[in-house]
Design a protein around this ligand. Structure first.
Ligand code: GLA
Length: 389
């Protein structure tokens, strides 16, 4: 009997670099996914291949300890899932054998890696007749994916496991919660690749982890200065600071006590956290322009305070806005990858044409492929289906 797991990528609409600081995010799961077609085998082994020559076939035993393959090896995402399940005490007595394909552009900030982690976990759970609540699985896989060395938050795995057609997802942390928010009729998104790869397992990883560390350091100092009680989960304290309300007062304290670079990181995190709530309200109100303005402010903050944008991402944002997008910003971790623009039915074609003419053609000498620029739809969550005998 064969099975297929389909696990979507995601585009984060707003709330960047907030998840690992315990503040909410607002992504959509998209109609591009990672698929694993597999058969269940009686031995505790994983054997997967991929039609693309870039991804060599691999096999490993489902026995602890599961060792990492070389850095950058795609099997590490599958190993991470297996390791996470085993460490959680899920007995993996049967394995899987199959083929991985995908339509999520990789190293693009669209979470192809988390989609692979989630797909692998769902396949292994199916093979062993185990089910876990989706929220629990999302939190477990977020921790498990840190095996590849990125101190990521929990947005990607939660979006992949909770996608709802035509809805964005407000995801909150500590504890993980997901609330679908209906995307108003006529809102359209354009995703545009900066043509610079952002590898979670390579260069971008160190810069990302450095940001995470800076946020922890900044939080520690500010918390001591404003006398907020220590909570068991350090990350949740950003939420405590932001929900206390007086953002300007908080930033005044932070500016006074923090080293300049820590202040910039801190300012991004707390202002971005408050933009997510405002953006959700704008979406509920159907106010395209208010949502778009918040995206622009998010991008500026990521560029100037968090310093994770690139010249290419800035150029995409600029071209999209000039062509009539309501808003645009980098999406995902940054350091390359993609930008997302908010359009409506009447502007989407114009924005795509402008990006093709002004961003891609000068760089490539030809129009972009459908993997470089596309208009994703908010789509459904990861699922397992039977393919037949
Ligand atoms: C990566 C991580 C996420 C999140 C984003 C930035 O995609 O995997 O957890 O931190 O970067 O918002």
């Amino acid at each position: 009997m064969s099975w297929r797991v389909t696990a979507p990528g995601r585009v984060n609409l707003i709330g960047e670099h907030t998840d690992y600081n315990g503040l909410p995010v607002l992504p959509i799961a998209i109609d591009r996914d990672i698929r694993v077609d597999f058969q269940i085998v009686d031995d505790p082994v994983v054997r997967l291949d991929n039609p693309s020559a870039r991804f060599a076939p691999f096999a490993f035993q489902l026995k602890r300890p599961i060792e990492a393959a070389d850095q950058g090896d795609w099997s590490n995402y599958v190993r991470a899932a297996a390791r996470g399940l085993l460490e959680h005490g899920v007995p993996l007595e049967r394995g899987i054998e199959g083929t991985v394909t995908g339509s999520v552009p990789i190293a693009s900030g669209l979470s192809s890696s988390s989609a692979l982690v989630v797909a692998s976990a769902l396949a292994l759970l199916k093979a062993n007749g185990v089910t876990l609540p989706r929220l629990q699985l999302a939190a477990l896989m977020a921790r498990a994916e840190r095996f590849v060395g990125l101190e990521g938050g929990g947005m990607d795995q939660a979006a992949c496991l909770h996608g709802v057609e035509r809805h964005a997802l407000r995801i909150e942390f500590d504890p993980l919660r997901v609330t679908p928010v209906r995307v108003p009729e006529g809102w359209r998104w354009v995703v545009a690749s900066s043509l610079v790869r952002a590898e979670k397992s390579a260069g971008a990883r160190d810069a990302y982890n450095e940001r995470a560390r800076q946020c922890r350091d900044a939080l520690e100092e500010v918390r001591d200065a404003v006398g907020v009680e220590r909570t068991p989960s350090q990350e949740s304290s950003y939420r405590g600071l932001v929900s206390a309300g007086d953002l300007d007062g908080l930033l005044r304290v932070a500016r006074r006590i923090l080293a300049p670079v820590l202040f910039l990181r801190f300012r991004h995190v707390v202002t971005e956290g408050s933009r997510v709530a405002l953006a959700e309200q704008a979406m509920r109100d159907g106010d395209l322009h208010r949502f778009g303005d918040l995206m622009v402010r998010s991008h500026e903050s990521l560029r100037d305070d968090y310093e994770v944008s690139t010249g290419e991402l800035d150029a995409i944002v600029e071209v999209a806005l000039e062509a009539g997008a309501a808003g645009a910003r980098l999406t995902g971790a940054g350091f390359g990858g993609c930008a997302v623009a908010l359009c409506d039915d009447s502007t989407v074609a114009r924005v795509m044409a402008a990006l093709a003419a002004r961003f891609y053609e000068p760089r490539l000498g030809r129009p972009p492929t459908g993997d470089m620029m596309f208009a994703p739809k908010a789509s459904v969550r990861a699922r397992v289906e039977r393919l037949g005998d």
